[in-house]
Design a protein around this ligand. Structure first.
Ligand SMILES: Cc1cc2nc3c(=O)[nH]c(=O)nc-3n(C[C@H](O)[C@H](O)[C@H](O)COP(=O)(O)OP(=O)(O)OC[C@H]3O[C@@H](n4cnc5c(N)ncnc54)[C@H](O)[C@@H]3O)c2cc1C
Length: 404
């Protein structure tokens, strides 16, 4: 039976960040990371399309917390201790410069996740942290003042235990046996499958839009991307994250209403349509897109409003104009299933946040049991926020462990 001061279960983003910070705060502690896989940091490697979207250029704790459908309230306090600026500084201190893209996402300047992995691996080496791969933890017991940790290879004991296993159902069962309550897992960050002639053949076209799900209170706005399977893009992904639980209940079959011209509604846009009709009577409706809509999308919208290709504005009837107003601002689509968003996907669910002390990321049930990362019932919209949760939790847990 090997003994460590601190054992970290899970060699992902949260596990490494916690381990490195504990060792920085207290170099005397004997620390090991137990990872069930052959390699560590496998999600970091594929993250952000291989570039690792490390964090997001949002520097106000409250605004940052608003990107977490689960964890918004709980992360507000922790963000006052460690958030974006600290993440940037932490990596800069280790010679990893981050850059910000137009939409706020932050990546290593090198444009490769290997930079983050190299940084973590050289830091664990410098700080003498043991990385034990191929050790899958299958039981955890509290015996007197120590933890007994059983793995597929050998068993360990430790004083302090950090669970950073992401959304792994096996670990959830172990935690349940320890008396923790787990919120069941449902997918978050997915795209909507829609088969509809109005978007058929338009894959690749994007437009800023508002989307809502009738009678659910769920709505969002942002770029919508038409794909071969339906709709994607930040506007849809945000909706999938905020609605993760609700949409699961609907079995991913529900209507959505798209407003392709945010700022207008079907009444206010009628005035503009009337003006165009009066001023451009001889112009073919389909030929010249209005409201800065992409041409091919405009043509489909006209067609859906029963305006034929050759129709000129002067000949458009009131009924057609009303249909056009609806198709522009209130277009209903039926969602029938979901698809995985390749760039980033997460699971909603995990350890019930009520059972965590967010000043330390410690279990309220056990003094020396800590959690960091996706194992908690915390998840965010896409954009670097999920890693920021891992860095914030890992840092605060590390500080508490090193000081206690
Ligand atoms: C394709 C993809 C791309 C992504 N891109 C981004 C991005 O660019 N930016 C962003 O912010 N987020 C991104 N995410 C989300 C982000 O990767 C996760 O939120 C983050 O990795 C969570 O870190 P974690 O350490 O909590 O869990 P994980 O990274 O899942 O690590 C958990 C580790 O624990 C190990 N483990 C599990 N059970 C056991 C056990 N019983 N014993 C021992 N070890 C165990 C696992 O093998 C794993 O290595 C992406 C996700 C995916 C899937």
């Amino acid at each position: 039976m090997t003994h460590y001061d601190v054992l970290i279960v899970g060699g992902g983003a949260a596990g490494f960040f916690t381990a490195i910070n504990i060792a920085e705060f207290n170099p005397e502690l004997k620390i090991a990371i137990l990872e069930r896989g052959k390699t560590v940091l496998s999600k970091v490697k594929i993250s952000g399309g291989g570039r690792c979207n490390v964090t997001h250029a949002e520097f106000m704790p409250k605004e940052l917390s608003q990107n977490y459908p689960r964890g918004q309230k709980e992360l507000l306090g922790p963000f006052h201790s460690f958030m974006t600026g600290d993440t940037i500084g932490w990596f800069a201190d280790r010679n990893v410069e981050l850059k910000t893209e137009e939409d706020g996402r932050m990546f290593p300047v090198s444009n490769t996740s290997e930079t983050i992995i190299d940084c973590f691996l050289s830091e664990t080496k410098r700080l003498n942290i043991d990385i034990l791969t191929g050790y899958s933890v299958n039981a955890i017991d509290k015996v007197d003042n120590a933890w007994n940790v059983k793995t597929t290879k050998t068993n360990f004991t430790c004083e302090k235990l950090v669970i950073a296993t992401g959304s792994n159902p096996k670990m959830w069962n172990i935690l349940q046996r320890l008396g923790h309550h787990l919120i069941n897992a449902v997918p978050s960050l997915f795209t909507f499958n829609i088969k509809d002639p109005r978007i058929e053949g338009l894959a690749g076209i994007a437009n800023f839009a508002e989307v809502k799900i009738p009678n659910s209170g769920l709505e969002s706005e942002g770029p919508l991307l038409i794909t071969h399977w339906g709709l994607s893009g930040p506007g849809i992904l945000k909706l999938s994250a905020w609605g993760a639980r609700e949409l699961n209940k609907y079995d991913y079959k529900f209507p959505i209403v798209v407003n392709w011209v945010p700022g207008f509604n079907s009444d206010s846009i009628m005035e503009d349509l009337m003006k165009i009709k009066n001023n451009s009577g001889k112009q073919k409706v389909s030929k010249y897109p209005q409201f800065e809509l992409p041409k091919r999308l405009w043509i489909k919208i006209c067609k859906a409003s029963e305006i034929v290709e050759e129709e000129v504005w002067a000949n458009v009837s009131k009924k057609q104009l009303e249909a056009l107003a609806i198709q522009l601002t209130n277009a209903e689509f039926q969602v029938n299933g979901k698809s995985t968003f390749k760039e980033e996907f997460v699971t909603a669910g995990g350890v019930d946040l009520k059972e965590i002390d967010f000043k330390t990321f410690r279990s309220k049930k056990y003094q020396d049991l800590y959690f960091a990362g996706e194992v908690l019932n915390i998840d965010a919209i896409t954009g670097g926020f999920n890693f920021q949760n891992a860095w914030t939790g890992g840092y605060i847990a590390a500080k508490s462990i090193a000081e206690s």
